[in-house]
Design a protein around this ligand. Structure first.
Ligand SMILES: Nc1ncnc2c1ncn2[C@@H]1O[C@H](COP(=O)(O)OP(=O)(O)OP(=O)(O)O)[C@@H](O)[C@H]1O
Ligand SMILES: Cc1ncc(CO)c(N)n1
Length: 284
C-alpha cells in the first residue's frame, strides 16, 4: 500500500488540518501518517487558541515516520513559526523525501492568522525550493509574488513569478476570490487551467487542506502531477457537492460522500468528472 505523511496542525473540529488530511488520504486509498506542528482549539466559527510543538519534537515525529514507514508523498500544511519550517526542511532533505506538496497556510477560512510574519520569509527560503508543488490561494499567491491578483491574467503572471523564483510547480487556486473555482497550474514553463464549476455551498472549511492532501495521495500512488491535480479537483467537487451542513459557521466537507447515488445531481459537475471519480473509487 502506498503511504503519505501530513505535516500540519490539528483542528479540534475535524474539518481542516491533520484531520481533513487523514480523512482525504484514507478516502483516496493511501495509508496516512502525521507529524503535528501545533494543536489548535477551533471550530467552524473561528480559532481560539494555538499551541505549537517544539522544533525538536516535530523532528522526532518525522524521524519516527521516515525510519520506519517511508512516505511516498508528503503534504505540508499549517506551520506557524520559522523554527518549525527550518526543522521540516532539514528533515525532508536528510531523508530525501519525494513528492512534497506545500500548502502555504496563512489565514483560516474564518479569518484567523495561522502564521507568524518571519515564518513567511522562512517558507520562501527553506520550503518552497524543495516543494514539488505549491498550492497558494489568491491572497497567499499575492503575498508570495508581491503583486495584486484581480483577474485570471494576473493569476498566470503571479504563478509564473513564484514558480521561477522558487523553482517549484505552482497551483494557484481561484476558489476564494474569483468567480469560478478555476485553478491554474504553472509547471516547468507551461501553464494549464483546471476548470471547476462553483458549487453553491458556504461550508468550505478545510478546502485547501483537502485539495493538497488529495494531490499528495495521488502523487503517492504514482500519478503524474497534472493527473494528480485533476483527480484532486474531482475529489473536492464531490466532497463539497455532498452538501454536509454542520456547525454554526463555515462547516466541514463530507469525505464519505456517496458517489453512486445522487452525486451528479448534487454536485452538478460534468459526466466526465463523475466517471473519473467513480473510476478512482473502483481502484481504491
Ligand atoms: N464553492 C466552491 N465550489 C467548487 N470548488 C471550490 C469552491 N470553493 C473552493 N473550491 C476549490 O477548492 C480548492 C481549494 O481552494 P480554496 O481557494 O478554497 O483554498 P484555500 O483558501 O487554501 O482553503 P482554506 O480555506 O482551507 O485555507 C480549489 O480547487 C478551489 O477551486
Ligand atoms: C489546523 C488548520 N490548518 C489549516 C487551516 C486552514 O483551513 C485551519 N483552519 N486549521
Amino acid at each position: 500500500m502506498r503511504t503519505a505523511l501530513t505535516i500540519a496542525g490539528s483542528d479540534s473540529s475535524g474539518g481542516a488540518g491533520i484531520q481533513a488530511d487523514i480523512k482525504t488520504m484514507i478516502t483516496n486509498g493511501v495509508y496516512a501518517m502525521s507529524a503535528i506542528t501545533a494543536l489548535t482549539a477551533q471550530n467552524t466559527t473561528g480559532v481560539t487558541g494555538i499551541m505549537e510543538v517544539t522544533p525538536d519534537f516535530l523532528g522526532e515525529q518525522m524521524d519516527n515516520v521516515f525510519t520506519d514507514i517511508r512516505p511516498d508523498a508528503v503534504k505540508i500544511g499549517m506551520v506557524s513559526s520559522a523554527a518549525l519550517i527550518e526543522k521540516i526542511a532539514e528533515k525532508l532533505k536528510e531523508y530525501q523525501a519525494e513528492n512534497i506538496v506545500v500548502d502555504p497556510v496563512m489565514v483560516a477560512t474564518s479569518g484567523a492568522k495561522l502564521i507568524q510574519e518571519d515564518a513567511i520569509e522562512a517558507l520562501k527560503i527553506h520550503l518552497l525550493p524543495i516543494a514539488t508543488v505549491l498550492t497558494p490561494n489568491i491572497p497567499e499567491a499575492e503575498i508570495l509574488s508581491g503583486m495584486k491578483i484581480e483577474n485570471e491574467e494576473a493569476m498566470i503572471e503571479a504563478a509564473k513569478k513564484i514558480s521561477e523564483n522558487y523553482h517549484c510547480a505552482v497551483l494557484c487556486k481561484g476558489g476564494h476570490q474569483l468567480n469560478d473555482a478555476n485553478d491554474l497550474l504553472y509547471s516547468e514553463g507551461e501553464f494549464r487551467w483546471f476548470y471547476g464549476k462553483r458549487i453553491d455551498n458556504p461550508n468550505t472549511h478545510g478546502t485547501g487542506c483537502t485539495l493538497s492532501s488529495a494531490i499528495a495521495s495521488n502523487l503517492a500512488k504514482g500519478y503524474a502531477l497534472e493527473t494528480s491535480v485533476e483527480r484532486a479537483k474531482d475529489y473536492i467537487s464531490g466532497a463539497l457537492g455532498a452538501m454536509l451542513n454542520l456547525g454554526a459557521g463555515s462547516g466541514p466537507m463530507n469525505h464519505g460522500f456517496d458517489l453512486k447515488s445522487d452525486f451528479i445531481e448534487k454536485c452538478g459537475n460534468s459526466q466526465q468528472t463523475c466517471e473519473n471519480v467513480l473510476q478512482r473509487d473502483k481502484e481504491v
